[in-house]
Ligand binder design. Structure first.
Ligand code: NAP
Length: 313
């Protein structure tokens, strides 16, 4: 197989360990597809994995590729793959252990890949997978939000928060949330009301919400409890050992870790294809210029207002 380029690293560490290097794409194993990447999107999990925060799962074999979310064209399929053939246009996520979406080619499990709606650009498609899937599993699979319910989203303009707001609104719920003071207009345009700043006083919104979704991991548990209606649910997606322990106790608090469920990812792709779920792309860079852009995103949390997307041609 021909040599390709990818962003990889030879030890866990900060952004300085990243290199754009040649690699030989693996053949897809059973149940896997090999995808020629057209676009890939950055997520906080990429640098959390690169830092070694998940090395219990990601292991000690190097070099390791970086990147989860991608959109591209299937170029080979492994034994047992039934849903895809060569030439299919797809979007999906590389497994946490393998990663490697910031590359010209990536291997992914068939179940973590769905058809790309024709109405989406490669960049728009690449922006969807992990944020859309997490938001869908928080709002629909777990909370079953429906008309008449009220949802509070802490960090309603991040990738997950913005997706969750749109999904909850589409399911008939009302959505309130927090964001940076300078971004309130954007939240209002999304349909979020009322909108508060990150350090809001929860007592002013006491007892109003069926679901409190903390996408930033910074909402004190007391504040989340204050916001809840009796019988409501608190969802946190930034796990720590202490949070997992709390999540195991009876009560409204729950840590959610997104899983590659094909039907959920497909629902996300379909919603985006119909224009009902929009993830703005704030910056696009070619693979050859992606390391400085990734470093800036991690250090300065910029660009704001949308995803950083890496393109391969
Ligand atoms: N458990 C899972 O399965 C799972 C899946 C996906 C993501 N995650 C995790 O969920 C988190 C969010 O992911 P994402 O992709 O949505 O990230 P993101 O796009 O970077 O969004 C983070 C949001 O949090 C906001 N924020 C910053 N400081 C805040 C504060 N003090 N209080 C409240 N909000 C604050 C940011 O606002 P500004 O932009 O204005 O700074 C931004 O809107 C990450 O830690 C990610 O690793 C977990």
């Amino acid at each position: 197989m021909t040599t390709m380029k990818r962003i990889q690293y030879h030890q866990y560490g900060g952004p300085e360990v990243l290199r754009l290097e040649d690699f030989e794409p693996a053949r897809p194993g059973p149940g896997e597809v090999l995808v020629r990447v057209k676009a890939a999107a950055a997520n906080p999990m990429d640098w959390q994995i690169r830092n070694g925060a998940m090395k219990i799962v990601t292991g000690r074999r190097f070099p390791r590729g970086l990147g989860h979310d991608f959109a591209g064209v299937v170029v080979a399929v492994g034994v047992g793959v039934t849903r895809f053939g060569i030439g299919d246009e797809v979007l999906g996520g590389a497994g946490m252990k393998a990663s490697g979406a910031f590359a010209e080619m990536v291997v992914a499990e068939e179940k973590a890949v769905v058809a790309k709606p024709a109405s989406l650009s490669w960049e728009e498609a690449a922006a969807l997978p992990i944020v859309g899937l997490t938001a869908y599993q928080a709002m629909v699979s777990t909370s079953k939000v429906h008309a008449g319910q009220a949802v509070f989203i802490h960090g309603c303009l991040g990738g997950v928060g913005r997706s969750a707001a749109q999904i909850a609104l589409a399911h008939g719920a009302s959505v309130s949330g927090s964001c940076r003071g300078s971004a309130m207009r954007e939240a209002r345009d999304l349909g979020v009301a009322p909108i508060v700043e990150f350090d809001f006083d929860a007592t002013e919104l006491a007892g109003r919400f069926d679901v409190v979704f903390d996408t930033a991991g910074t909402l004190p548990i007391k504040a989340a409890q204050t916001l809840l209606k009796p019988g409501g649910r608190i969802i946190d997606i930034t796990p720590t050992p202490a949070k997992f322990a709390r999540s195991a106790l009876p009560g409204p608090y729950q840590v959610l870790v997104a899983k590659a469920v094909t039907e959920d990812l497909d629902a996300v792709a379909q919603a985006a294809g119909k224009g009902a779920l929009r993830l703005p792309v704030a910056r696009t860079v070619p693979l050859g210029e992606a390391i400085p852009a990734l470093t800036e995103l991690e250090r300065d949390r910029t660009p704001k207002g949308g995803k950083l997307v890496i393109t391969t041609e």
